[in-house]
Design a protein around this ligand. Structure first.
Ligand code: SF4
Length: 235
């Protein structure tokens, strides 16, 4: 995959500003949240998902500049849409792209049942009920008792951001200014799928199928790949 001239420094710095609002955590590094059990797979769960377009470009740039040519080749040719194990999970069960991991991996298990209940009580009269229900549903599905919050001073703003979907809206705004790949791929995407925009979020494998797979493969196989895709723009 060629280096994208579209990945400006300011994309990286805007993501950093966003990510800095999420309290940092530490955990047992078991890697359990980065791979799926059979039951989780059958229930439709996915690792490292949703991955937003701006985050895909950010991680792709990191891979190009920090990984060996062989590893780059492995990672950019990875087109599995819903793998059982995140392609960035190392053999030692640590994240190999930790500094640029996406928002979903940063927010995972920051909230616990007590914090969710307190937030719901606190904002009950202040914010719309559908927002609170959405927040409880999303965060209630991302719990892990082994995760500890290391920056509790950031929790209040983070909770407000989660309830008001501030992070998602910021990532959507960033998406508006991006070209994910060259015009030929964009035209192929439009022609083969009837879409009129790049996907806002997908998975590492899905974005690779669109942005990094050989053009001949895309011409021949992308339509079938897309028809079977489950996760494009799923948020
Ligand atoms: S990007 Fe890193 S933290 Fe996120 S699922 Fe993959 S290995 Fe885990």
């Amino acid at each position: 995959m060629e280096a994208s001239p579209l990945l400006a420094e300011d994309l990286s710095s805007q993501l950093k500003i966003l990510y800095d609002q999420v309290p940092s955590t530490c955990c047992a590094n078991s890697g359990e949240c980065c791979a799926l059990t059979d039951a989780e797979f059958d229930q439709g769960w996915a690792t490292m998902f949703p991955l937003y377009s701006a985050e895909y470009l950010h991680i792709a740039e990191h891979v190009r500049t920090h990984f060996s040519p062989q590893r780059q080749q492995e990672l950019f040719s990875f087109t599995e849409e819903r793998p059982r194990r995140c392609p960035f999970l190392g053999e030692d069960r640590r994240c190999t792209i930790y500094p640029v991991r996406p928002l979903i991996c940063r927010t995972y298990a920051v909230m616990d049942p007590q914090r969710i209940a307190q937030a719901l009580e606190r904002y009950r009269e202040l914010l719309p009920e559908p927002w609170l229900k959405g927040f409880a549903r999303r965060e209630g599905g991302m719990l892990c008792p082994r995760v500890r919050v290391m920056q509790p001073e950031k929790l209040e703003q983070h909770i407000y951001n989660l309830i008001t979907t501030f992070y998602e809206r910021a990532l959507r705004r960033l998406h508006g200014g991006l070209e994910l790949a060259d015009p030929e791929r964009r035209e192929l995407l439009f022609k083969l799928t009837g879409r009129r925009d790049w996907p806002l979020n997908w998975t590492w494998g899905g974005f690779n199928a669109l942005c990094a797979a050989p053009l001949e493969w895309m011409r021949e196989h992308f339509k079938g790949y897309w028809k079977k895709a489950e996760l494009m723009d799923a948020v």
